[in-house]
Each structure stands twice: as C-alpha cells, then as structure tokens.
Design a protein around this ligand. Structure first.
Ligand SMILES: Cc1ncc(C[n+]2csc(CCOP(=O)(O)OP(=O)(O)O)c2C)c(N)n1
Ligand code: SF4
Ligand SMILES: [Mg+2]
Length: 375
C-alpha cells in the first residue's frame, strides 16, 4: 500500500505595518525622489525565526550578498530542509574538509547539474515516503545556484527539472558574474559592467556590450506551470515570503534573487542591502511574482524612482561609463518602468539624452560618500 506524502505548509510573514523606520519618516532621512520615502522599508524589521540553518562562521567576503540571501532563504525554510549547491563561491567559500556552515543536509553538485541532482533528491524522497521507507514529512528541497550555473552552464538541467515539475525550490543567487573563478562575465552581467572578460578600453569603451539575459521571465514563460518570482537582498521579508511560497507550491518553483558581490562590483561592504533596494528603485531589476494558477504577473511598484546614476555611481565596475553609456542604461530602465506599468517621470525621460550626463566618475548623485573606487 502506498503511503501518503505529507507536505509542509509554511505560514507567510506579515508584510503590513512595516512602512517606516526612524530614518525613513518624513524629513528624517534622504530617500531619493519621494519625500519621506513612505513604504521604502515595507519589507523590513520582520519577526523572523531564531533558527539559522546557515550558521555564522563561513568564509565568504564581508558584505557578501549571496551569503545574506542564503541565510534568509534557510531561515524561511527552517530545519527540515535538504540542500544542493552547484560549484561557485557559495560552494567553495562555504565548505572545507569536514566543515560547512549548514545545520541541515547539504551536497555539492557539478556546476551543470544542480537541476538534475535536485530532481533526483525530490523523486527519491517521494518514492521513499510512498514506500514507507522514510517516515517523515516531505522536506523542503532547495538548490541554490549562481548565475553562471543557473543562467548559463547549468541552465539546461534546471529547465529540465522545472519542465518535469519536481517538487523543489530552484534558486538563482545572482551576483551578475562568475565570481569564484575571478569575476568573469556571465549572461546576467549588466550592460557596461566591467569584468575580467569585459574590460573597457579604446575598442570597447563601455566594457560589456550586451544587455543581461532575462532569466526569470524566460523561466516563467517557458515553464508556465511553475511558481516564479524575483527578489533582492534589499527586501528580506519579500525574499523570505517568496521562499515560503515557492516551497508551499506543490511542484517546481524558481526564485531569481539579486545578490551583490562586493569583490566583483567594488563598493563599500556595508552597502549590500542598500544596493538591493537601489537596483529596484533605479528600474534595473523589476521585482515580481508569477502565479501559475492565474498565469498573471504581479509587479512590485517601488515608492522611490531614481535616476540610474544613483545606483551605478556606487560601484567601481561602472566607473568608466561615458554619457552615452549612462543614457543607454537610463533608456533600458525606462523601458522596465513601462513594462511593470509605471509612468516614467520627466527627468528620467530626459536622462535618455547623453547631453544630460557627464562621465560617471564626475556625476553628482545622492550618496557621494559611497562612490565606488574603480574596478
Ligand atoms: C563545467 C565547469 N566549467 C567551469 C568550472 C569552473 N568554475 C568553478 S566555479 C565557477 C564560477 C561559477 O559562477 P556562478 O555560478 O555565477 O557562481 P559564483 O562563483 O558567482 O558564486 C566556474 C566557472 C566548473 N567548475 N565546471
Ligand atoms: S567574491 Fe563575491 S560572491 Fe564570492 S564570497 Fe566574495 S562577495 Fe561573495
Ligand atoms: Mg555568479
């Protein structure tokens, strides 16, 4: 007789009533375009669980965005979780002989096979529970792959797992480069982002010439039966709720999370979470979720809309940008604003003209003390 597969149903965190911190109230802090910035911290100050299945003591860089994301995802998932991690910083920096920061089972996979390995774990737990060989509840099965893995080398195996609809959460932690091997370009590296494979110079003054691959939209469009969402380390409750929604969804779920890499992007280490908000407020990383039931997208409309320079000028990887490159970036951001159903304010529209800009290194912007120092 087949045994029933019992699944977790994780409660969501309350996102209401978190509209302001002290520095976020009218007149008390610089909040960019919207006076007072009401709602900017809507996803902050949560009553998070105390458990930390991703414990302190790992060896990632100070301010590492992927490490922050790992911690929030695992806090949301809890102790009844099993993990896989394809090769990348979050494998290499987190595991040495007989030592990992995980308090839950974790396995390393080759960079190309995060999806297939995780499919096997999911199918194995289903089969063992059905046959009565595993007495517990179906665990939270999670793989967290870098962008080089999820958007490039391992894209096929993750797409296959989504297509077959294995009951697991597939996360791409996106630091917009192949970080672990020395900051090479990946498909999600933004236009003009400098990496060791996209240096700027006379022939290529902007560095990277191509726009980033739209990984999450591709996953939603190509696997419409899956829960798909984007989030950033700037919005912890949003990140944790989308983790839980993905885990509660019976079938495959994909989460694309923006996670700054201070080594590769060259910014002040305390600015990781700030970048996670600014990238959204600059219109460069739309935050949304796709509901496979209704087949609709729900877009987050940030209360602050910033010029792209407010984001770019914090990072050394963009320090070489010329006026025409900044204008091209503003055009891309304005297109995103329209795509998510928001108006483009006149001064952001004016920013599409190169004459509106100086070289990035000379631009004034809203946080001059935190200017990147050059990659
Ligand atoms: C098939 C294969 N090609 C190349 C490598 C070398 N390699 C190890 S880690 C890594 C970077 C992975 O980048 P990403 O997935 O974005 O993770 P990150 O290092 O940025 O955390 C690469 C290219 C490998 N391990 N396997
Ligand atoms: S190189 Fe980047 S992704 Fe890797 S540990 Fe350092 S900050 Fe994190
Ligand atoms: Mg990466």
């Amino acid at each position: 007789m087949a045994h029933e597969v019992v699944r977790h149903n994780l409660p969501l965190f309350d996102e209401e009533g978190r509209s302001a911190t002290a520095a976020n109230r009218e007149g008390e802090g610089e909040m960019g375009r919207s006076a007072g910035g009401e709602g900017r911290d809507r996803h902050y100050l949560p009553d998070f669980p105390e458990e930390d299945p991703y414990a302190a003591g790992h060896r990632t860089c100070a301010g590492c965005g992927p490490a922050i994301q790992y911690r929030w995802v695992l806090k949301a998932a809890g102790e009844d979780s099993v993990l896989a991690g394809p090769t990348g910083c979050m494998y290499v920096a987190n595991s040495t002989y007989l030592c990992t920061p995980y308090t839950v089972p974790w396995a390393h996979t080759p960079i190309a096979s995060g999806g297939s390995f995780t499919s096997g774990m999911a199918a194995g737990y289903e089969a063992m529970i059905r046959k009565g060989r595993y007495p517990g509840t179906y665990p939270n099965i999670i793989v967290m792959a870098g962008d080089g893995s999820a958007a490039d080398i391992g894209l096929g195996s993750i797409s296959g797992a989504l297509y077959r609809n294995h009951d697991a959460l597939f996360v791409c932690y996106d630091n917009e480069c192949y970080a672990n091997t020395g900051i090479q370009t990946s498909p999600t590296t933004p236009y003009a982002g400098m990496t060791t494979f996209t240096p700027f110079g006379k022939a290529n003054p902007e560095g990277k010439k191509l726009p980033p691959k739209n990984l999450a939209k591709m996953m939603a469009a190509g696997h419409p039966h899956c829960y798909v969402a984007t989030t950033t380390v700037g919005y912890p409750v949003d990140l944790m709720n989308k983790t839980r929604k993905g885990l509660n969804h019976v079938g495959a779920a994909f989460l694309h999370c923006y996670t700054p890499c201070q080594k590769g992007w060259v910014y002040q280490t305390s600015m990781t979470v700030e970048l996670g908000r600014r990238v959204v407020e600059a219109g460069l990383f739309p935050v949304w979720e796709y509901d496979p039931q209704t087949r609709e997208y729900r877009y987050f409309h940030p209360p602050v809309q910033r010029p792209v320079t407010d984001y770019l000028a914090m990072q050394g990887r963009f320090g070489h940008m010329l006026p025409e490159h900044i204008a091209a970036m503003q055009r891309a951001a304005n297109q995103n604003w329209q795509d998510v159903g928001m108006d483009v304010p006149p001064d952001l529209r004016a920013g599409e003209d190169p004459a509106h800009h100086k070289r990035l290194a000379e631009e004034t912007y809203s946080m001059p003390l935190n200017r990147g120092v050059g990659a």
